[in-house]
Design a protein around this ligand. Structure first.
Ligand code: AMP
Ligand code: ZN
Length: 114
């Protein structure tokens, strides 16, 4: 846990979030500023600053994170297509430095992303 990390604060219950899923390793909640009709963040309970900070020991955790995203996509009826996104670093648009995967769906996506 990191004292001033906003997602660690959500994990501690210090700030509210619309929780959609939780287990011993990951939680998922609604993005506060949605970029699509469905915009969910899936995060590990462990504070990891981003994809580049992952280690060998996080491999199972990451598999689980992706599976939770896929299951939520099903639950939210996104069978016609959705996007799972992780940003690493400021230049890629990362603004919260606690690893998170975006699940975006409910509209047509463009490629490449901006
Ligand atoms: P990124 O730009 O990839 O780092 O994504 C960070 C995401 O976190 C953005 O889409 C924000 O809208 C979202 N976000 C920031 N603060 C909160 C919060 N308190 N609750 C839910 N989502 C948040
Ligand atoms: Zn954190």
């Amino acid at each position: 846990m990191s004292q001033d990390c906003i997602f660690c604060k959500i994990l501690r219950g210090d700030i509210p979030a619309s929780l959609l899923y939780e287990d011993s390793d990951v939680i998922a909640f609604k993005d506060i500023s949605p970029e699509a009709p469905t915009h969910i963040l899936v995060i590990p309970r462990k504070h990891i600053s981003g994809p580049a900070a992952l280690t060998e020991e996080d491999k199972d955790l990451m598999g689980k994170l992706v599976k939770v995203g896929v299951d939520l996509a099903k639950e939210f009826g996104l069978s016609d297509g959705y996007r799972l996104v992780m940003n690493d670093g400021k230049r890629a648009g990362q603004t919260v430095f606690h690893l998170h995967m975006h699940l975006l769906g409910g509209r047509t996506m463009t490629w490449p992303p901006g």
